[in-house]
Write a new protein. Structure first.
Length: 346
């Protein structure tokens, strides 16, 4: 058989969707990844983690070059209605019919999931127990990176600068008297800026807490760092070129992340060599400290004094048309198709 990146062609399931506020982002990533792997010669099935074989829009069959078929999915301005999606099926749980059985039969599962069970380590642990090979970070690193309170503690223990924060369990009584303003309220384990609010004064805090509570009962209240926002991909333990993120209005929220033309992204970033080295070195340190896998993306804000504050690490970075990791890889001379191939083969 022909060889790709030193290995044989494979039967690959691209696992996307799921029951997460980032479901639509995941489906968009999954569609593009599937197309890239098909173009490289693999047999590819795009499979929805939640709907499984019951999906009426994505047929759970393998496609290849002879299929003359392209997947596509558009990310809307707002997160999907997960309650309506759950009510559309007649089973409980987050894994659809046939998913585990199909994944067992594949040579590799390409994890195109974002958020919830697909990114917090639960699914990775289940796959390990079932002998299913998958891309990305294992269950330990996924758990550590997804929980913002835990990951920030690990960063701080390893001498990596991160904004001061307060962890809040909303199931308990809490005292918010000592909160510093301005601050940022975030659900503890969501991505794509879902449930995030920038709070300028005490009168805005309760609404921000209620908004975050829609997604989970654990939140962090983090000091707001004012500065330039950057992201650094890590591929095979080495940092990629730095990208700068400049939303045209507001902050880098769900809408600005995934609607084309709302954010200016500059890669390589127009920064000094010292700042570039600081960000790349810190991204590699975060990657190692959190026990991440073949690839990740680490986000930072650099203040006016040149201090780089780590915001978070992403174990399954987005692979949509507006996503940062593919832009950084391209700046390093790695095409989108080659990036997907490298990840699949590791």
């Amino acid at each position: 058989m022909p060889l790709i990146f030193g290995d044989v062609l494979m039967k690959i399931i691209v696992l996307a969707g799921g029951l997460s506020p980032e479901r639509d982002v995941s489906l968009s990533s999954g569609a593009l990844i599937s197309n890239a792997l098909i173009e490289s010669g693999h047999d590819v099935m795009l499979l929805d983690l939640f709907l499984g074989t019951e999906n009426k829009n994505i047929e759970p069959v393998y496609k290849n070059k002879s299929s003359d078929f392209k997947f596509s999915f558009h990310v809307s301005e707002h997160e999907p209605d997960l309650n309506a999606l759950r009510e559309s099926v007649d089973f409980c749980g987050e894994i659809g019919n046939g998913v585990i059985e199909l994944c067992k039969e594949a040579d590799k599962v390409f994890m195109a999931l974002h958020g919830a069970a697909g990114e917090n380590g639960q699914l990775q642990a289940l796959f390990d127990l079932n002998g299913i090979k998958y891309t990305g970070t294992g269950y330990v690193g996924s758990l550590l990176a997804m929980d913002k309170d835990i990951s920030k503690r690990i960063m701080r223990d390893n001498g990596i600068l991160t904004a001061d924060w307060k962890y809040v369990n909303l199931k308990e009584e809490n005292d918010f008297c000592n909160v510093k303003y301005p601050c940022v309220v975030k659900p503890c384990s969501c991505g794509s800026s879902v449930g995030v609010t920038i709070v300028e004064n005490p009168s805005e805090l309760s609404d921000a807490i209620e908004f975050a509570k829609k997604y989970e009962d654990s939140v962090i209240i983090e000091d707001k760092i004012v500065g330039r926002e950057f992201s650094v991909g890590v591929l095979d333990s080495k940092a990629l070129p730095v990208i700068e993120i400049k939303p045209l209005s507001g902050f880098y929220d769900y809408k600005n992340k995934y609607q084309q033309g709302l954010t200016k992204e500059i890669c390589p970033a127009d920064i000094s060599r010292d700042i570039e080295s600081l960000l790349q070195n810190n991204a590699e340190r975060v990657h190692r400290s959190l026990r991440l896998g073949f690839y990740s993306r680490v986000d930072f804000i650099v203040d006016k004094n040149g201090k780089a504050y780590c915001l978070e690490a992403n174990t399954l970075p987005g692979m949509t048309p507006t996503s940062l990791l593919p832009q950084e890889a391209l700046a390093a001379g790695i095409s989108y198709n080659d990036l997907c191939g490298k990840i699949a083969m590791f």
